[in-house]
Design a binder for this molecule. Structure first.
Ligand SMILES: [Zn+2]
Length: 134
Protein backbone atom coordinates (compact mmCIF):
# COMPACT_ATOMS: atom_id res chain seq x y z
CA UNK A 1 0.00 0.00 0.00
CA UNK A 2 1.40 3.36 -1.01
CA UNK A 3 1.09 6.67 0.80
CA UNK A 4 -1.65 7.79 -1.55
CA UNK A 5 -3.77 4.68 -0.89
CA UNK A 6 -3.37 5.08 2.85
CA UNK A 7 -4.44 8.72 2.64
CA UNK A 8 -7.44 7.82 0.50
CA UNK A 9 -8.45 5.06 2.94
CA UNK A 10 -8.16 7.46 5.88
CA UNK A 11 -10.01 10.25 4.12
CA UNK A 12 -12.73 7.70 3.41
CA UNK A 13 -13.03 7.14 7.16
CA UNK A 14 -13.25 10.86 7.83
CA UNK A 15 -9.64 11.28 8.90
CA UNK A 16 -7.35 14.03 7.71
CA UNK A 17 -3.61 13.84 7.79
CA UNK A 18 -1.46 16.91 7.85
CA UNK A 19 2.15 17.72 8.40
CA UNK A 20 3.17 19.61 11.51
CA UNK A 21 6.90 20.12 11.54
CA UNK A 22 8.27 16.62 11.19
CA UNK A 23 5.29 14.78 12.56
CA UNK A 24 1.96 13.69 11.18
CA UNK A 25 -1.14 15.12 12.75
CA UNK A 26 -4.38 13.21 12.46
CA UNK A 27 -7.70 14.93 12.86
CA UNK A 28 -10.08 14.36 14.41
CA UNK A 29 -7.88 12.32 16.78
CA UNK A 30 -10.79 10.40 18.37
CA UNK A 31 -11.44 8.73 15.01
CA UNK A 32 -7.97 7.28 14.76
CA UNK A 33 -8.24 3.53 15.15
CA UNK A 34 -5.42 1.26 16.29
CA UNK A 35 -5.32 -0.16 12.79
CA UNK A 36 -4.72 3.22 11.21
CA UNK A 37 -2.28 4.15 13.93
CA UNK A 38 -0.23 1.04 13.14
CA UNK A 39 -0.45 1.83 9.44
CA UNK A 40 0.85 5.35 9.94
CA UNK A 41 3.68 4.07 12.10
CA UNK A 42 4.65 1.46 9.53
CA UNK A 43 4.56 3.83 6.55
CA UNK A 44 5.65 6.99 8.28
CA UNK A 45 8.58 7.76 5.98
CA UNK A 46 6.53 7.49 2.78
CA UNK A 47 3.66 9.41 4.28
CA UNK A 48 5.95 12.20 5.39
CA UNK A 49 7.43 12.41 1.92
CA UNK A 50 4.01 12.44 0.33
CA UNK A 51 2.65 15.12 2.66
CA UNK A 52 5.71 17.28 2.12
CA UNK A 53 5.20 17.40 -1.64
CA UNK A 54 3.25 20.40 -2.86
CA UNK A 55 -0.03 19.57 -4.56
CA UNK A 56 0.28 19.34 -8.35
CA UNK A 57 -0.75 22.51 -10.18
CA UNK A 58 -4.14 22.21 -11.75
CA UNK A 59 -3.72 21.53 -15.43
CA UNK A 60 -6.62 22.74 -17.51
CA UNK A 61 -8.27 20.01 -19.59
CA UNK A 62 -11.07 22.13 -21.04
CA UNK A 63 -11.33 25.63 -22.47
CA UNK A 64 -13.27 26.71 -19.39
CA UNK A 65 -10.62 25.41 -17.02
CA UNK A 66 -8.02 27.12 -19.20
CA UNK A 67 -9.90 30.39 -18.89
CA UNK A 68 -10.04 30.00 -15.12
CA UNK A 69 -6.25 29.60 -14.96
CA UNK A 70 -5.06 32.05 -17.63
CA UNK A 71 -7.86 34.62 -17.74
CA UNK A 72 -8.17 34.24 -21.51
CA UNK A 73 -9.55 31.62 -23.85
CA UNK A 74 -7.09 29.19 -25.47
CA UNK A 75 -7.86 30.71 -28.90
CA UNK A 76 -7.02 34.19 -27.62
CA UNK A 77 -3.37 33.21 -27.83
CA UNK A 78 -1.76 32.83 -31.24
CA UNK A 79 -2.55 29.33 -32.54
CA UNK A 80 0.72 29.26 -34.47
CA UNK A 81 2.75 29.65 -31.31
CA UNK A 82 3.28 27.06 -28.57
CA UNK A 83 1.40 27.55 -25.32
CA UNK A 84 2.16 25.29 -22.35
CA UNK A 85 -1.39 25.54 -21.00
CA UNK A 86 -2.90 24.22 -24.22
CA UNK A 87 -0.90 20.98 -24.07
CA UNK A 88 -3.37 19.44 -21.62
CA UNK A 89 -6.56 20.45 -23.37
CA UNK A 90 -8.61 17.61 -24.79
CA UNK A 91 -10.24 18.10 -28.20
CA UNK A 92 -13.64 19.66 -27.60
CA UNK A 93 -16.49 21.59 -29.14
CA UNK A 94 -17.03 25.06 -27.76
CA UNK A 95 -20.08 26.83 -29.17
CA UNK A 96 -20.06 24.33 -32.04
CA UNK A 97 -16.49 25.16 -32.97
CA UNK A 98 -14.12 22.21 -32.75
CA UNK A 99 -10.87 23.00 -30.98
CA UNK A 100 -7.89 20.71 -30.92
CA UNK A 101 -4.39 21.53 -29.77
CA UNK A 102 -1.08 19.75 -30.03
CA UNK A 103 -0.33 17.87 -26.77
CA UNK A 104 3.42 18.29 -27.33
CA UNK A 105 3.61 22.06 -27.66
CA UNK A 106 0.13 23.58 -27.46
CA UNK A 107 0.09 24.90 -31.03
CA UNK A 108 -2.96 24.37 -33.20
CA UNK A 109 -3.35 20.65 -33.89
CA UNK A 110 -3.57 20.75 -37.66
CA UNK A 111 -3.26 17.01 -38.25
CA UNK A 112 -5.48 14.49 -36.52
CA UNK A 113 -6.05 10.78 -36.34
CA UNK A 114 -8.76 8.53 -34.88
CA UNK A 115 -11.32 11.26 -35.43
CA UNK A 116 -14.78 9.72 -35.51
CA UNK A 117 -17.28 12.04 -33.82
CA UNK A 118 -20.31 9.87 -34.57
CA UNK A 119 -18.67 7.24 -32.38
CA UNK A 120 -17.70 9.79 -29.79
CA UNK A 121 -14.04 9.81 -30.77
CA UNK A 122 -12.56 13.26 -31.04
CA UNK A 123 -9.18 11.90 -32.02
CA UNK A 124 -5.65 12.99 -31.28
CA UNK A 125 -4.38 16.13 -32.93
CA UNK A 126 -0.88 17.39 -33.45
CA UNK A 127 0.83 20.29 -35.10
CA UNK A 128 2.73 19.40 -38.25
CA UNK A 129 5.97 19.25 -36.36
CA UNK A 130 4.80 16.81 -33.70
CA UNK A 131 2.52 14.49 -35.64
CA UNK A 132 3.79 10.98 -34.72
CA UNK A 133 5.73 9.37 -37.52
CA UNK A 134 4.81 5.70 -37.45
ZN1 LIG B 1 3.26 20.48 -31.59
Amino acid sequence: MGAKEILIAMNGSGLNLSLVGESIRVSPPEKLTDEFRAMIREHKTVLLEFLREPPPPSLPKTAHEFFAVFGKWPWNFSAAKPHPGRKWLKPEFVDRVFFHWCPECGRWGAAGRNFNPTRGKLGEWYCEKHFPKT
